[in-house]
Design a protein around this ligand. Structure first.
Ligand code: IPE
Ligand code: IPE
Ligand code: MG
Length: 247
């Protein structure tokens, strides 16, 4: 099985040391399009196709959780035309995902506040959530109108409400109590965060969960981050020494 992912004269992925959870900030779509003289929307389309292929590749590899940053709480600052374009791509993806969900056997979840999205999108998201319950393959988490700060604020509000109602004692607040109120509840933290697109920042992604993630920043733009490049990144991750504060 190990040989399956080996390339001639190249190191290969050690299937016994796979990251359980990979998170990706899918950045660089706009620049990818600009380089080709295309509209930014073409970059978002290419980025969405890359996401589908990457999910298939990572599932085949045996990765258990794949979390992607698709639209941040700050991305509303973009021109309406671009925002509308991103959401119509999402709608197209959801129609296709609903059709393929049984065969793909992925468990699709959406992290973030979906309430400002269109009723149609909310309905499609609810349908994918329902269909996903029958699946037991890789968990794919799409962060939509997601912000790490908003996620933590939401958890704090819920804890404060429970304390005020007398059902939670402030002395009992622990990391676990907080984690159970995050979108990532029941998901191990990312072992590996990848940010294509050349920026070396987190941009409000998974602020709590990334505490001990290994990070890889690459200049490659998201639509160009092929499965081969993902493989190279996973191999480099496997060579790191994770100490978690120990020796
Ligand atoms: C990431 O690509 C996709 C979203 C933020 C929705 P960008 O659209 O940020 O692409 P660049 O960074 O402008 O190239
Ligand atoms: C981060 O990319 C958000 C997503 C990829 C969805 P941005 O392009 O929005 O981040 P900044 O503006 O470079 O920090
Ligand atoms: Mg960007």
């Amino acid at each position: 099985m190990k040989k399956l992912f080996a390339k001639k004269n190249r190191a290969c992925i050690d299937k016994d040391k796979l990251p359980r959870h990979i998170a990706i900030i899918m950045d660089g779509n706009g620049r990818w399009a600009k380089k080709r003289g295309l509209a930014r929307s073409a970059g978002h389309y290419a980025g969405s196709e890359r996401f589908r292929s990457a999910a298939k590749y990572l599932q085949k590899l045996g990765v258990e959780h794949f979390t992607v940053y698709a639209f941040s709480t700050e991305n509303w600052k973009r021109p309406k035309e671009e925002v509308d374009g991103i959401f119509s791509l999402l709608e197209k993806y959801l129609y296709e995902a609903i059709n393929d969900l049984k065969d793909d056997n992925i468990v699709l979840s959406f992290w973030g506040d979906i309430s400002p999205l269109s009723p149609k999108l909310i309905e499609l998201i609810e349908e994918t959530n329902e269909l996903s319950k029958k699946n037991n393959g890789m968990h794919v988490n799409i962060c939509l109108n997601y912000g790490g700060r908003a996620e933590i604020t939401r958890a704090v509000k819920s804890i404060a409400n429970d304390c005020a109602a007398g059902v939670l004692n402030p002395d009992d607040i622990s990391d676990e109590v907080i984690e159970n109120r995050l979108y990532s509840k029941n998901t191990p933290p990312p072992d590996l965060l990848i940010r294509p697109g050349g920026e070396t920042r987190i941009s409000n992604f998974l602020l709590w969960q990334l505490a001990y993630s290994e990070m890889v920043f690459t200049d490659t733009l998201w639509p160009d981050l092929t499965d081969d490049k993902l493989e190279e990144i996973i191999i480099s991750f496997q060579q790191r020494n994770r100490r978690f504060g120990g020796l």
